[in-house]
Design a protein around this ligand. Structure first.
Ligand code: PLP
Length: 406
């Protein structure tokens, strides 16, 4: 893997109008024209570098889009007001009524609800499959299928998609592979591995400060422009436009993404290894007992590690709730959904971010009641964090007996 995403992001230089080291923020929804002809041409999409109206595009949004295109190594990228704004625009752009989608069965709850419930309005159906089983994926493709959709590292079960193989399969059937790379920016370059369209919730690691929601679509210039088309672009017409002020603040945060991702990964790996040694049921793609470990190793950028997410199964929802409340009291982090914050965030996905998935289906997926999802923070002394977490578990009798004897 020799694509240097973070160097390319660092090298993108934009200056403010007075020579500021950050670009000026475009504080306008509309733009003036000296000639009526240029306005018409801009409306038709024929005028490079001219702005018309900020739902279509704005300088700040374009700057952020360029940085995101560098992150994934795609020709272009559009930004949106949320991850769901990006995801729903992509799906609506690619699918007409009565068509079909093949999708991983372990995905973000909002995406699941959009595909399963919302798209019923258009009679668009989705086959939810085990994305790690390529035969099942292939068998689910019909002549009506318009895309394969998955997450590079899935929410919340941390399944790893074999993007190279899925991309070959998608090409064989002439359909795009859409990958949500929210859990693994920089860790995995989904587009370089063959994904045609990469979506992100910028709300999470990429912005990293839990102060706003935003999303992105990284793809070919042709596809990005089609989303912005004034006549039939889903991005343009569904209207989930990111505000320029937010685009500017996210771009500034992106400048430190490489440092943050390395630290999130280092800390998560440390805790996952330690808890595995303690005999706890921990899931982390960096552990060699993880079913996707080999695939992750093959497709990751090693310097960024295996990511900042891990899960721990503590047996029951009662245990999970008690442990999360105690950890919050001990200042280990916050009982909160979302991820990518400097503090560790933990939640029980079955009753929160994946509650859109019916209970029976959750069980089938292996999404057990005692599962806690952790987005590990940027703690400076992770060994101390480990000892405090362990003492919380000890107090609640959650540690396996063998550890207590040791
Ligand atoms: C949070 C999340 C989303 C949705 O993003 P929003 O910014 O909340 O709309 C989509 N996919 C994944 C994997 C997520 O974690």
């Amino acid at each position: 893997m020799d694509y240097k995403a973070s160097e390319n992001i660092q090298d993108l230089q934009y200056f403010g109008e007075f020579g500021g080291v950050n670009p000026s923020i475009s504080d306008s929804s509309t733009y003036t024209f000296l000639s009526a002809k240029t306005m018409f041409d801009t409306f038709e999409g024929n005028t490079e570098g001219c702005y018309l109206y900020s739902r279509h595009s704005s300088p700040s949004n374009l700057y952020l889009g360029e940085a995101l295109a560098q992150l994934e190594g795609t020709e272009s990228a559009n930004v949106y007001a949320s991850g769901m704004g990006a995801i729903s625009a992509v799906i609506m752009q690619l699918c007409n009524a009565n068509e079909h989608i093949v999708c991983s069965r372990t995905i973000y709850g909002g995406t699941y609800a959009f595909l399963k419930n919302f798209l019923k309005k258009f009679n668009i159906s989705t086959s939810f499959v085990d994305i790690t089983n390529l035969e099942t994926v292939e068998m689910s493709i019909t002549s009506n299928t318009k895309m394969i959709y998955c997450e590079a590292v899935s929410n919340p079960l941390l399944e790893v998609a074999d993007i190279t193989s899925l991309s070959k399969l998608a090409k064989k059937y002439g359909i795009p592979l859409v990958v949500d790379n929210t859990f693994s920016p920089l860790n995995i370059n989904a587009a370089k591995l063959g994904a045609d369209i990469v979506v992100h919730s910028l709300t999470k690691f990429i912005n990293g400060s839990s102060d706003c929601v935003a999303g992105a679509v990284c793809a070919s210039t042709e596809f990005c422009l089609s989303l912005k088309d004034v006549n039939d672009g889903a991005g343009m017409l569904l209207g989930s436009t990111l505000d320029s002020l937010r685009a500017a603040s996210i771009l500034k945060n992106m400048r430190t993404l490489h440092i943050r991702i390395k630290k999130h990964s280092e800390n998560a790996h440390y805790l996952a290894s330690a808890f595995k040694n303690d005999g706890l049921k921990v899931v982390y793609p960096g552990l060699d007992n993880h079913p996707g470990h080999k695939i992750m190793k093959n497709q990751m950028n090693p310097e960024y590690g295996f990511g900042g997410l891990m899960t721990l199964d503590v047996g029951s929802l009662e245990n999970a709730n008690a442990l999360m409340e105690l950890m919050q009291k001990e200042k280990l982090g916050y009982l909160a959904v979302s991820l990518g914050f400097y503090k560790t965030l933990f939640s029980a996905p079955g009753t929160s971010t994946s509650s859109e998935i019916p209970m029976e289906e959750q069980e089938e997926l292996g999404l057990s009641h005692g599962l806690i999802r952790f987005s590990i923070g940027l703690d400076n002394d992770i060994h101390k964090t480990y000892l405090t977490m362990r003492s919380c578990m000890e107090k609640l009798n959650i540690l396996p007996k063998t550890i207590l004897l040791a």
